[in-house]
Design a protein around this ligand. Structure first.
Ligand SMILES: C[S@@+](CC[C@H](N)C(=O)[O-])C[C@H]1O[C@@H](n2cnc3c(N)ncnc32)[C@H](O)[C@@H]1O
Length: 288
């Protein structure tokens, strides 16, 4: 029987979605299954699992495991065969965002000569360039580069390190990133080597690390986290920026734009630009 590729989506509260994701991880039959988990709506506490089974058996097993969680709402969509097969064969496709080309090893041959090429493998850290928030940050940074160079850059919530590495590859002398997740810090440092870039990453909550204080003040801060921590960090980010310095904020949903913007306006920032991508918003704000 021909298998018709599917995407299974399960939505529900964070604790339930996380428990279901652990159940997928623990299921021997689903060892090779591809899925992601992310927060869809912070205010309503809706988290979402997207799973991409590659066989009928895998699809059935995924649905069985997810069905054990009564608070998850399951939907299944048929995917266009050609797209899905191409993705399964070649891994995640490369992403172009302005001058940046984010690719995995399997797409090495597709690197454009004119682009700033960033090699980022899909793995245990967030930030392969496929998410609307990462693309939003890269697009915003790409536009800022048309007029400025940024000597000192801080990347809060670095994930794979893609943003700080992008900065290091475009003239930044001091690029430092933090992540609260030690695996992301390790992966970011590995990606730095893979890209022969000069950036370093440290394990920290927000900006709370001596290396971050040592390199301050910054010309540019990237912060792609979530709305609530972005608001909580507004005071520290202001303190870490030079006058006239810029912050690129992402990880907020469009519906949260006013909440985040309001916090930064009240800390003496002005809005330079905003980018909407899918449900996500990226804000570029300048310290005045
Ligand atoms: C949405 S990902 C962004 C990754 C990458 N910067 C990008 O743009 O693709 C958010 C990252 O922030 C990290 N994070 C969440 N809260 C944090 C905090 N308080 N301090 C530092 N990192 C944090 C997460 O572990 C995750 O790696």
């Amino acid at each position: 029987m021909t298998y018709h590729p599917q995407q299974i989506v399960a939505r529900g509260p964070r604790a339930v979605a996380e428990a279901a994701a652990s159940a997928i991880d623990d299921d021997a039959f689903l060892e090779g299954a591809t899925y992601s988990i992310l927060e869809e709506d912070e205010d309503k506490n809706i988290w979402r699992i997207d799973a991409f089974p590659t066989t009928e058996e895998e699809s059935e097993r995924l649905q069985e495991v997810l069905a054990d969680y009564a608070d998850l709402k399951l939907t299944t969509e048929q995917l266009a065969d050609a797209d899905w097969l191409a993705m399964a064969l070649s891994g995640l496709p490369p992403v172009r965002a302005g001058r940046f080309f984010v690719y995995g090893a399997h797409d090495r041959g597709k690197r454009p000569l004119s682009a700033v090429n960033l090699r980022i493998e899909a793995g245990a850290a967030f930030g392969t360039g496929h998410h609307g928030t990462t693309v939003g940050c890269l697009m915003a940074y790409n536009d800022l580069l048309k007029k400025h160079r940024f000597e000192r850059v801080l990347d809060v919530g670095a994930g794979t390190g893609v943003l700080a590495i992008a900065a290091a590859k475009t003239g930044t002398k001091f690029a430092v990133g933090t992540d609260i997740d030690p695996i992301s810090v390790r992966i970011s440092n590995e990606n730095t080597k893979l890209n022969q870039a000069k950036a370093r990453f440290v394990w920290a909550n927000g900006l709370n690390h001596k290396d971050v204080r040592q390199d301050a003040p910054y010309d540019l801060v990237f912060a792609n986290i979530l709305a609530r921590p972005l608001v909580g960090l507004s005071h520290s980010i202001r303190g870490a920026l030079k006058p006239g310095g810029v912050v690129i904020l992402s990880g907020l949903l469009r519906t949260q734009e006013r909440f985040v913007k309001g916090a930064y306006l009240s800390h003496g920032f002005k809005v330079v630009r905003r980018i909407h991508r899918d449900a996500w918003c990226t804000l570029v704000m300048q310290k005045v």
